[in-house]
Design a protein around this ligand. Structure first.
Ligand code: ADP
Length: 369
């Protein structure tokens, strides 16, 4: 097939052409994506840390990124491609925005499911200027056909697009400006090895310790202009499953409660009342967690397949796996086996039932209501 070579001229396309939010730095990126978003979503955007030094916790990652940023800046090059993995709400998107902000470049945000066809990707790539950050959330959901285009884009800063068919068919090779791909995934195991190998930096985010969540909450309370004492912050932090997004969400609910009750400060009693209203218990379990555990209990403790649980509790299997299970597993309330999910004695206790220890050679114990 004949080949043609071209260079994309991103300036000709304008910053808002199809394919994702484009922004002059972190703050504008947030605003463009938030168009039509609820007040809550806008609020969350305002709470996102804008600079690396404002990002609380995950010190090793912040250290790695700071070195990589300084080195790339010193060489006048784009930052190496970065892959962030970890459960939702731990700060992957925030870090992507921070990277663009720190480099003084634009952030283009999209997600794996939005890149249905190669042309969706090419549309975004064509807008990238030198050093820009292309953020792909849920990158494990990028279709294989699109993934292959990403390989050459990442490695050679070029894409080859087939144009026309039959006798006029030709490959058009587009050169791209050097850019940084920042991928975020909750399921790093689903990324193919060749894809993973193309990232220079691979950072796994872990749940935050309570002390870091307290610092995040105190900062957020200041930004929201609401009083929060340390005991109140500790209580909110302890039930937040190591997740800043949850901690901030609880803070907002507590703030609503304080406002309605005419109280100035969120203290431990007010935080406790908020959790009672939200149905969040001392272990940080919400109603959906309890439904998952009750579903297992109702089947004698399991093992149950994820899709069975999903059907019974009426929730998407992916959401159960990504958002609910990690906490249940960490707390030892549920176990994954080759035959399915199993309720542990601690999991049974958490919903007020008793599970006898498993007999020799069996996966599961007997359940007593
Ligand atoms: P993810 O992309 O991993 O789902 P986000 O970056 O969207 O997570 O973070 C969710 C919210 O949690 C952000 O809006 C921000 O308010 C807060 N947040 C996350 N990590 C931190 C942190 N390290 N310091 C301060 N706030 C944070």
């Amino acid at each position: 097939m004949p080949r043609e070579e071209h260079v994309f001229n991103p300036l000709a396309l304008g910053p808002e052409s199809e394919g994702g939010a484009v922004a002059g730095g972190a703050a504008r990126g947030d605003a463009s994506r938030a168009e039509g978003a609820s007040g809550e979503a806008l609020l969350e955007l305002g709470l996102r840390p804008a600079r690396l030094e404002e990002f609380i916790g995950q010190e090793r990652i912040v250290g790695d990124l700071s070195v990589a940023l300084r080195a790339a800046g010193g060489r006048g090059e784009a930052l190496d491609h970065v892959l962030f993995s970890g459960p939702p709400g731990l700060g992957k998107t925030s870090l992507a925005r921070i990277l663009a902000g720190e480099m003084g470049t634009r952030l283009h945000a999209t997600s794996g499911p939005a890149l249905e066809k190669p042309k969706d990707l090419v549309g975004i790539l064509s807008q990238l200027q030198r050093g820009d950050v292309l953020f792909i959330d849920e990158i494990h959901r990028v279709p294989t056909t699109v993934e292959e285009y990403l390989y050459t884009a990442m490695e050679d800063f070029a894409v080859e697009v087939p144009i026309d068919s039959g006798p006029h068919a030709r490959l058009v090779s587009w050169r791209l400006e050097p850019f940084t791909l920042v991928g975020a995934t909750t399921r790093e195991g689903l990324l193919s090895a060749p894809f993973r190998a193309r990232f220079g930096l691979f950072e796994r985010l872990d749940p935050y310790p309570v002390e870091d969540l307290i610092t995040i909450l105190l900062r957020a309370a200041e930004l929201l202009s609401v009083g929060l004492d340390v005991e109140g912050a500790r209580l909110l932090a302890e039930r937040s499953r190591g997740t800043p997004r949850l901690a901030v969400r609880f803070l907002r609910r507590a703030r609503d409660r304080a406002q309605v009750a005419g109280r100035q400060t969120i203290d431990a009693p007010l935080a406790r009342e908020t959790f009672e209203q939200l149905g969040v218990d001392e272990m940080g379990l919400e109603e959906m967690d309890r439904r998952i555990l009750r579903c297992l209990a109702a089947s004698g403790g399991g093992p149950l397949a994820l899709k069975t649980i999903a059907a019974v509790v009426d929730e998407n299997g992916d959401t159960i796996e990504n958002a609910y299970e990690p906490h249940l597993l960490r707390q030892g309330l549920l176990r994954k086996t080759a035959r399915g999910r199993i309720l542990t004695p601690a999991g049974a206790a958490a919903i007020g039932v008793r599970l006898d220890p498993p007999s020799e050679g069996s996966d599961q114990g007997r359940l007593f209501p």
